[in-house]
Design a protein around this ligand. Structure first.
Ligand code: TMP
Length: 199
């Protein structure tokens, strides 16, 4: 029953709420499921969070995110070997979209460069959900929180949003309208995951 599912989208797209609810729903159906996230809660993940908060050098940030992911993949592989459904809130497309936006203008084709760095070193998900929302709406949602991190500025999120739309094409990706009610989104994800396993 093992399958690896990732949830992607700009800040404020609601993917963390939905992935949590999807996990509960799959458990209710007596499926073996684990919910994880990046950056991870390991020392490397903590360092990643410091990089984000302090607006560190984008190359340092990119390499650290990839290092965190490579370490995370060992754990994900173990869960998959145990027959679990692994749900991951943010994964490789986050690095390509966000660090691609940060590195824009410093090197040619930053997203391709980041993909090349990762290829062969990380697991490819079976399914990736992209939560699509206009950045102006996402920022309105985020502003209700107290402290904004640098990545949550609208101009930056516009670039990340465009990167996601360029990246997330092909059979692995399912695009979701993130402005729909949470219940609808949860149902769409659950049906896609379970339907995918019955194919
Ligand atoms: P979170 O809000 O989903 O916990 O993610 C924290 C921030 O980290 C969010 O603004 C997106 C950013 N991020 C990257 O820039 N690159 C990555 O590879 C990942 C996983 C997250």
């Amino acid at each position: 029953m093992n399958t690896f599912v990732t949830f992607e989208g700009i800040d404020g797209s609601g993917k963390s709420t939905v992935s949590g609810r999807v996990c509960e729903e799959l458990k209710r159906r007596v499926l073996k499921v684990v919910l994880t996230a990046e950056p991870t809660k390991t020392p490397i993940g903590e360092f990643v969070n410091t990089c984000i908060r302090t607006n560190a050098n984008p190359y340092l940030t990119a390499f650290t995110f990839i290092a965190d992911r490579i370490q995370h993949c060992a754990q994900i592989t173990q869960w998959l070997d145990e027959g679990k459904i692994v749900l991951c809130d943010r994964y490789a497309e986050s690095t390509y979209a966000y660090q691609g936006a940060q590195l824009q203008g410093t090197i040619r084709s930053p997203m391709k460069w980041l993909q090349d760095l990762s290829n062969g070193k990380i697991i490819i998900p079976d399914r990736t959900f992209l939560f699509v929302i206009p950045p102006v709406k996402a920022v309105a949602r985020i502003q209700q929180r107290t402290e904004l991190i640098p990545f949550e500025r609208q101009a930056f999120l516009e670039r990340v949003h465009r990167n996601y739309l360029r990246l997330c094409t092909g059979p692995r990706f399912t695009r979701l309208d993130a402005t729909l009610p949470i219940e609808t989104l949860v149902l769409q994800c659950v049906q896609t995951i379970i339907g995918g396993k019955n194919e």
